[in-house]
Structures are given as C-alpha cells and as structure tokens.
Ligand binder design. Structure first.
Ligand code: NDP
Ligand code: PYC
Length: 343
C-alpha cells in the first residue's frame, strides 16, 4: 500500500535495513542519511532505489559494512586524507569534513582526499555540508566505465559526477551537481524499470548506433554531455580524482567489479576554498557580488540549479515523502530477509 512518511521515519527504516544486513552503525547511519535526503529532495536516481545495489555490493564482498575510516592530516598540511578502508564514502567524508573546513579557512584552500571508498551517492549532500562552513567547494569522483568518449563508441569513462557549491547568507547555497554523461546511469535504470524509452541522444548500443532502448543502452555505452566538452571534463575527473590521488580510474573500477550492477569502488576529491581569503585586498565583498550575479540570472526568468531540489525538500519536510506500494513492499522485504533478499 502507498504510504506517506516523514523524512526521519524513512531514514530510520533505511538504517534498520542496513543494520539487518550486517552493517555497523558507523556505516549504516551516514548511508541512511544520504539516501533519505535523496528521496526528500526528489532525486529518485540516488534515493531508495539504491538500497538494492548497496545490499548486492555488500553480499558480493565489494564493500565493507564494518569499515572504520582513518584520518591522516599532518599539522598545517592543505591535503587532508581519509582512508575509507573499503567502506562507503559517506562515513569517511563526515570524518574528514571538520578538518577540511578548518584547513580551508586557515590556508584559503584545502583538499579532502577520500581513498578506497565505495561511492554510489549524489554529491550535493557533501557540497552542502562544506558550504555550511561558508566555503566554496568542488567535488568529483569517477564511477565505472560506462560512457564512450566523444568520437568513440565503447564504454571507457565513468558517469563521473561534478558538483560545485557557493555559500549564501540566510539562503540555500548555490549548488549544481551533475553527471558528466548526458544523464546519470541511475536514470537509465529507472527508465528501464518503468518500461519507458530514453530521450534521444543519451546512449549508443553495442554496435555504436544511437538507441533509446534502456537495455541496449546499458549493454552499450552512454554519451558524454556536451560532446567533446563533457568528454574532456569526464577525463579530467579520471585524472584528478582517480590517477592523481592514487585511486582507481573508471575502467579499472569495472575490471575490479566485473559488472556495473554493483556500486563502484574508487576515490573522491573535495576542494574547499575560502572566498574571504581569495578576495582579500580586492574591492568588494565576494558574497555580496555573488548575490548580484544570482539576481541577474533569476532576473531573466532563469532558475538557479538546485532550486527544484530545495522546493522538493521544503514540500517533503512539510508534507512527508510519498512512497509507492512497490517501494514499501521492497523495503519490507529487505528488512525481513536481509542479504537473502538480493542475488
Ligand atoms: P540533472 O541533469 O538532473 O541535474 C543537474 C544539475 O542541473 C542539478 O543541480 C539541477 O538542479 C540542475 N538543473 C537541472 N535543470 C536545470 C535548469 N533548467 N536550470 C538550472 N539548473 C538546472 O543531474 P544528473 O542526472 O546529471 O545527475 C543526477 C545525480 O547523479 C547527481 O546528484 C550526481 O551527483 C549523481 N551521480 C552520482 C554518481 C556517482 O558515481 N556517485 C555518478 C553520476 C551521477 P535541480 O536538482 O534543482 O533540478
Ligand atoms: O547514476 O551514474 C550513476 C551512478 C554511477 C555510480 C553511482 N551512480
């Protein structure tokens, strides 16, 4: 039966599923927060639909449900590292965040490198956590080979998300967060489950021909957004958030997993910048100047990225989250059967 639940009720239900599957609290709690936030903000491609993949990844032994992330941050160093120990990125990020924020405020610029993590989530929860410290931020990570480079026809790059945040006083931050493929792979899977064709231009089949069939797209390759531009940004993410931080690239992730049905194991890079420090000595308050820009954008009738998401959040917080009967039944099944519920 369909249900409407509060964000916290949903979060607790998700957490219970993960604990039932054998995950420790330190992993289950941050994971449940990020998935419930996805549903709350109307981001279905990274909401409760991801629970099944997480359980499958746990069962396959490709993620540790008991990992305890370890922080490495030599005094005064701008690079803060957290080794996730093969667990989910979310717990590692939460451990590194306070040190990252302090260093960025002291030094003007600091990086959080998360190594050896499984990252299946949207990036905006991390972006918002950093902007809450009045810092600007860039976040990126590889995924697994599923996107053909512009001009190519075989999966090589990941859907490699890139997200940015700028803090705003008394308002939600300016945030964008997108896959560097035309759409996130999760969107293709959701189209497949709904029996809907894909929009034109998202993917090619195994023969390299354009396709709108989700199954053919999943077997073939997705396309980068903006042709050669998205392809180059996706490549940059492989370089910075894969090779540069000594972690896996998307093709290496696919070799490691042997499938795109499990959540990807790799690293993540978070760059935090202090606008006050960067602007010091120059005319004008950077935060006030940013507001002029945002107003000019909206003055043309354009919307800011994340505006839809923040509206969905306000609605969910006031009225709860609507779950379909199928979603409720699936979560009940996960809770009853634990890892036996997945292949
Ligand atoms: P979308 O294309 O749905 O949205 C991208 C961004 O553009 C959002 O910030 C969105 O804001 C904004 N936006 C959309 N339409 C407009 C508009 N008309 N005007 C202004 N801004 C707009 O995202 P994707 O499908 O590319 O990615 C979805 C999610 O998938 C991301 O959160 C990403 O992090 C995640 N992902 C994670 C991966 C991983 O490996 N962990 C891999 C790939 C993707 P709004 O939300 O308000 O619409
Ligand atoms: O939706 O593209 C995606 C994705 C890949 C890994 C996690 N999410």
């Amino acid at each position: 039966m369909d249900e409407t639940v509060s964000v916290e009720t949903l979060r607790q239900r998700i957490e219970r599923i993960f604990l039932r599957a054998g995950m420790h609290e330190g992993q289950a709690a941050p994971l449940s927060r990020v998935i419930a936030a996805g549903e709350r903000d109307g981001c279905k491609s990274h909401g409760i639909y991801r629970i099944e993949g997480i359980l499958r990844t746990l069962k396959a032994g490709k993620v540790s449900g008991s990992a305890e992330p370890v922080l490495q941050a030599a005094a005064g160093d701008a690079i803060v590292r957290v080794n996730a120990g093969g667990g989910f990125s979310n717990a590692a990020f939460e451990l590194g965040l306070p040190v990252l924020a302090d260093r960025a405020k002291d030094l003007g610029l600091a990086a959080l490198v998360v190594n050896d993590c499984v990252h299946f989530a949207a990036l905006w929860p991390e972006v918002e956590a950093v902007t809450a410290h009045r810092l600007a931020v860039l976040v990126m990570c590889p995924s697994y080979a599923s996107v053909a480079p512009a001009g190519g026809n075989q999966p090589l790059l990941g859907t490699n998300p890139l997200a940015f945040g700028w803090p705003r006083t008394g308002r939600h931050p300016y945030v964008f967060d997108f896959a560097t493929s035309v759409a996130a792979r999760g969107e293709i899977e959701l189209h497949r489950r709904a029996g809907k064709p894909l929009p034109d231009g998202w993917a090619i089949d195994l023969q390299g021909q354009p396709t709108t069939d989700p199954d053919a797209a999943l077997a073939g390759a997705m396309l980068p957004f903006g042709g050669h531009k998205g392809s180059a940004i996706g490549t940059m993410i492989e370089l910075l958030a894969g090779i540069m931080i000594g972690d896996l690239t998307s093709p290496e992730v696919l070799d490691f997993l042997g499938t795109t049905a499990l959540a990807p194991f790799h690293g993540e890079l978070i760059l935090a910048m202090c606008p006050d420090k960067f602007a010091a000595g120059r005319t004008g308050d950077p935060f006030a100047r940013a507001e002029v820009l945002f107003e000019a954008i909206q003055g043309q009738g354009a919307r800011l990225p994340s505006q839809r998401r923040f509206a969905a959040r306000a609605k969910a917080e006031a009225q709860g989250i609507d779950l379909t009967g199928a979603e409720v039944a699936q979560m009940d099944r996960f809770l009853a059967l634990g890892l036996d519920a997945v292949a």
